[in-house]
Design a protein around this ligand. Sequence first.
Ligand code: SF4
Length: 76
Amino acid sequence: MGIKKIIMCHKRSSCIGCGSCAFLAPKNWKMNDEDGKADLIGGVEKGDNIVGIIDEVDLEANKKASEACPMNIIKL
Ligand code: SF4
């Protein structure tokens, strides 16, 4: 039985760099030193969004990050 994976989506262009996601889910998010926005670790650009895959064990932390995001740009 494998670990369940969850697809995450980040509309990075609208990120205001508040840091909530990196604080709540540091395994999957880090703040970018260059432009101050959040990076979804391991994410790839797909059109307007950054898309990445997280493990089920990280779901709760990322749900909190999604709920905390003031721009509502983290979807899972
Ligand atoms: S919580 Fe939202 S606005 Fe704040 S840094 Fe993360 S993605 Fe950007």
